[in-house]
Design a protein around this ligand. Structure first.
Ligand code: WQD
Length: 326
């Protein structure tokens, strides 16, 4: 199939593009390269350098495609609360442009990067897709709102979609095929890597007095290569079932902040200075997925998401990028 991967030069998008290429699809990446990296465009794919807010450019890129995979979004939770306008524009308006262009160009299959942020504070764990959706930040709201728009476009326009609710994406391609590291990362594992490299003086641990086994927060970290396989499986599923799907992609395993830091010290051989500071506003103590639906419908389960793989593949990427100093 001919697939337009929007945001395909970015961190998750480049892994997704690689997986579709490996499965024999034709891939065109559409990316404005604001956070994506030209180095992540593979020789067996092509790049349309454009912005999702530019409707004519989106429509031109959409023509002749069999499916669109949409990963282009702003994703910093804190920033979304300080600058909701940016999230309204990029995430909401940008996705509406893509959807309208898909309708106009007759592209009826749409895979969308959603997020566990749609759930908000967990009412029970593991969180399955029936868990109430009460996003606690504007970023999560944009993802939920898009899911709801998608459901209307399914009903009204025959767009079949898969909304993939990612848990904490982490790690890098184990074969080292993604050269461009995420710039200005804000998530735990890259911050641990930066502390290991001496690019930041220390890691701040946001609280060790949580009601968890070791007192630090627990999350469901899912390897980006596992996520990438989930996109291919989801697109196959839409084609086979002619209906839409909202599904969690998580490892179903809780890993604490302390476990990650300990593992990173072992893998990197570095001290990794870490200091416990106060809790971060809005953090739940634990968040873990049920991925039973993904298993049942997509035959998907995380394979590369154990803590060692997440940390080692990240460290290897920092080594390859020449960032580890010393
Ligand atoms: C992970 C854990 C922190 C930084 C966010 C979004 C979520 C999804 C994934 C996109 C938490 C702790 C972190 C640090 C720390 N995004 N931490 N020190 O908040 O679980 O999830 O990214 O869809 O919607 O909310 O991810 O990587 O920020 O934090 O102790 O310097 O690490 O408290 O427990 P989070 P994160």
């Amino acid at each position: 199939m001919k697939i337009l991967i929007v945001g395909g030069a970015g961190y998750i998008g480049s892994h997704v593009a690689r997986e579709f290429l490996d499965q024999g699809h034709n891939v065109v990446v559409f990316d404005n390269l604001n956070t994506g990296d030209r180095a992540n465009i593979f020789p067996d794919s092509s790049l349309v350098h454009g912005d999702i807010l530019d409707y004519p450019a989106v429509l031109a890129a959409m023509r002749g495609m069999d499916a669109v995979v949409h990963l282009a979004a702003a994703k910093a939770v804190g920033e979304s609360m300080a600058n909701p306008e940016k999230y309204s524009r990029n995430n909401l308006v940008g996705t509406i442009n893509l959807l309208n262009a898909a309708c106009e160009a007759g592209v009826r299959r749409f895979v969308f990067s959603s997020s566990a942020a749609v759930y908000g504070e967990p009412a029970y764990l593991p969180a399955d897709e029936a868990h109430p959706t009460n996003p606690e930040n504007y970023y999560g709201f944009t993802k939920l709102e898009i899911e709801r728009i998608l459901a209307w476009y399914d009903k009204l326009k025959g767009i079949r979609f898969a909304a993939l609710r990612y848990f904490n994406a982490a790690g890098y391609d184990a074969k080292g095929r993604i050269p461009g590291l995420e710039r200005n990362p804000a998530n735990l594992i890259p911050l641990v890597m930066e502390a290991a490299c001496g690019l930041r003086p220390e890691l701040q641990i946001f609280g060790d007095d949580w009601d968890t086994p070791d007192g630090t927060c627990v999350r469901d970290y899912v390897h980006v290569s596992d996520l990438a396989r989930g996109h291919v499986a989801a697109l196959d599923w839409i084609g086979g079932h002619e209906k839409s799907l909202v599904v969690n992609l998580g490892s179903e395993t809780g890993i604490s902040v302390k476990q990650i830091v300990d593992c990173a010290r072992k893998v990197t051989g570095r001290t990794i200075p870490a200091r416990v500071v106060g809790r971060r506003a809005g953090d739940p103590a634990q968040l873990v997925a049920s991925s039973a639906l993904a298993k049942k419908e997509l035959g998907w389960a995380a394979r590369e998401s154990d803590v060692e793989n997440l940390v080692r593949s990240s460290w290897d990427a920092y080594v390859r990028a020449g960032l580890t100093g010393k």
